[in-house]
Design a protein around this ligand. Structure first.
Ligand SMILES: Cc1ncc(COP(=O)(O)O)c(C=O)c1O
Length: 381
């Protein structure tokens, strides 16, 4: 059979998690917490299952959950979104991304992505018959190179995918960046897919610059987020996408035939929890900043070099002073096998890896004891 996705194989996330399990290494590779979500949220699922909320939810998502998302967006980003016509609950942000791309991209269209780049965008674009154009972020600080972006835009460009806070670097797109982007595409028929799954993981008192708060960009945007990231329940695969009514209509045409709806009792539980604990999202930056600071403080005595990440639950560390002879994939394997800590090499997020870049990504969504143990191992190298 001729594959429709010849370049897709087993991802490094699966490989590293498997290797961590085989070798008994601490798994700081794949991005998921090693602690549970809030007990009240977990209990609510059981309650709703037992209450008989086990059949299909509305295709667009449970109204109570959409209302909660609308209330959060109003409070945080000062945008009034219509829960009925602009918010769609999906089985994970991944599915929202897939549907947004299928709904808009046609054969021959180009989609601009920024490298290093989360891995789910390109296969979705290829299945839609489009092509990804990779623009590299500045290797020093992972900011957008506006000149390169300008050069990459042409008549075939149909979408630009942005991701802030950014996986894997943690870099943030600022409100001024959004203005610049809006100016660049003002006269063009280009959609924005804004992957904001880490919207609540922004540190040091900085405010997340959401596309939802940007009038001109929102008019043409799909804004995606993930309850999995926000409530420490990545395995629930529940997310949402917010887009203006005309875009939402098209997205839902795809969504209803990919999955039809999200998992019903999870949506009930999330709606209850969001109503009862609206400030969970306000406490998240402090919660994860504490973990970032702990990891960075502990690694201060190591031979890794880094600057504390401004967002996400990922910390990049440079290993040039330790094993400059190894490329990052070999380094990640060596760290796992020989030193018991699994990480993700950054080159896998690039179409064309940056020469001499010596970076691996550590996930700090972990319990304090996991972080202490991992840092102890990393400091001995
Ligand atoms: C940048 C980015 N987008 C999307 C996702 C997927 O989110 P979900 O698990 O809700 O599908 C992830 C998960 O790691 C991610 O890092």
């Amino acid at each position: 059979m001729i594959s429709k996705l010849p370049n897709v194989g087993t991802t490094i996330f699966t490989t590293m998690s498997q290797l961590a399990a085989q070798t008994g290494a601490l798994n700081l590779s794949q991005g998921f917490p090693d602690f549970d979500g809030p007990p009240a949220l977990l209990e609510a699922v059981g309650r709703h299952v037992l209450a008989g909320h086990n059949q299909y939810s509305p295709m667009t998502g449970l109204p109570a959950l959409r209302e909660q998302v609308a209330a959060k967006v109003e409070r945080l980003y000062r945008r009034t979104v219509d829960a009925e016509n602009e918010i769609t609950i999906t089985p994970g942000a991944t599915q929202a991304i897939f549907c947004a791309i299928q709904a808009t991209i046609r054969h021959g269209d180009e989609v601009i992505v920024f490298d290093p780049c989360y891995d789910s965008y390109e296969p979705a674009v290829e299945l839609a018959g489009g092509t990804c154009v990779h623009v590299q972020l500045d290797a020093a600080n992972f900011s957008i190179d506006w000149q390169q972006l300008g050069q990459a835009i042409n008549a075939r460009t149909r979408m630009i995918v942005i991701n802030s806070p950014h996986n894997p670097s943690g870099a943030l797109i600022s409100a001024a960046d959004l203005d610049q982007l809006a100016a660049l595409i003002a006269d063009r028929d280009i959609y924005i897919l804004s992957d904001e799954v880490y919207e609540h993981l922004v540190f040091d008192g900085v405010a997340h610059a959401s596309v939802l708060a940007h009038e001109r960009l929102y008019e043409r945007a799909f804004v995606v987020s993930s309850f999995g990231k926000t409530y420490h329940v990545t395995g629930w695969k529940t997310g949402y996408v917010i887009a203006p009514p005309a875009l939402t209509r098209e997205l839902r045409k795809v969504h209803q035939y990919v999955s039809f709806c999200g998992v019903t009792p999870l949506q009930y539980a999330l709606a209850d929890y969001m109503m009862e604990h609206p400030h969970h999202v306000d406490e998240l930056p402090g919660f994860y900043q504490g973990k970032r600071d702990l990891l960075c403080d502990l690694l201060a005595d190591s031979r890794f070099t880094f600057s504390p990440t401004p967002g996400t639950y990922f910390q990049l560390v440079d290993y040039s002073a330790i094993r400059p002879d190894l490329n990052d994939v070999d380094m990640a394997l060596w760290l796992t096998r020989e030193h018991g800590v699994a990480s993700i090499p950054v080159s896998v997020f690039y179409r064309t890896p940056v020469a001499d870049q010596r970076l691996v990504r550590l996930c700090f969504a972990k319990r304090e004891e996991t972080l202490r143990e991992a840092a102890h191992k990393l400091c001995r190298i």
